[in-house]
Ligand binder design. Sequence first.
Ligand code: PEP
Length: 252
Amino acid sequence: MRRNIVAGNWKMNKLFSDADDLVNAIAEELRSYDTSDVDVIVCPPFPYLELVSDVSEDGDFFTGAQNVSKFENGAYTGEVSATMLKSLGVDYCIVGHSERRKYFKETNQDIAQKIDRLLNEDITPIMCVGESLDERESGRYLEVIRTQIEEGIFHLSADDMQRCIIAYEPVWAIGTGHTATKEQAQEVHAFIRNLIREKYNDDVAQEVSILYGGSCNPTNAKELFAMEDIDGGLIGGASLKHKDFIEIASSF
Ligand code: PEP
């Protein structure tokens, strides 16, 4: 059965000493909460992965990366491979975040390749999908999500599909303070789960955790996570404050 998950995406924030303070504060804060029914994941920038991975060994959380190369290894200056991530103790990796789609022109085909690289290394992909404001307002949002899912992840076998996490992140909600309502989020989560059911079967659909991301905070997390098809959150801004992040993680 699918797990509850809260993953913090630090994006391109924090200097090394601040990252050190933050990850240790998260580990400390987690000691006073019962988070047995949730997997907590911390996704720092690449240079801090080893630090976070070291602290996570004695802490009640996992280490995630924010991106991975679609290539295996070799002459790809500036890239970081799935094998490298594995060697640092990384267990999860975000792929296809809307900021990567927008600023780095990542396509659904790139994302599919990245997912394959990660699964080869036994790293769990957290695949992001989501529509723009224009796509929502014109009523095309479900079709956009369908294409992202079909082209990005539906090449997988049923076994591999069950090893993945999907994050629904409406672009208009990311970093804007405009959270999707619980009904808006639930509609898309149920739609995604149904796509998985139609492509594979109900067992697979019930196995895949589907996270919500977009201005999730300690005030709105509880009502979002209470929805039937929302299995947790991918948290940006609020993951940079350890108390807010852990409060969100204990909102189930
Ligand atoms: C994100 O970028 O994945 C995200 C959800 O950001 P925020 O929580 O800041 O909206």
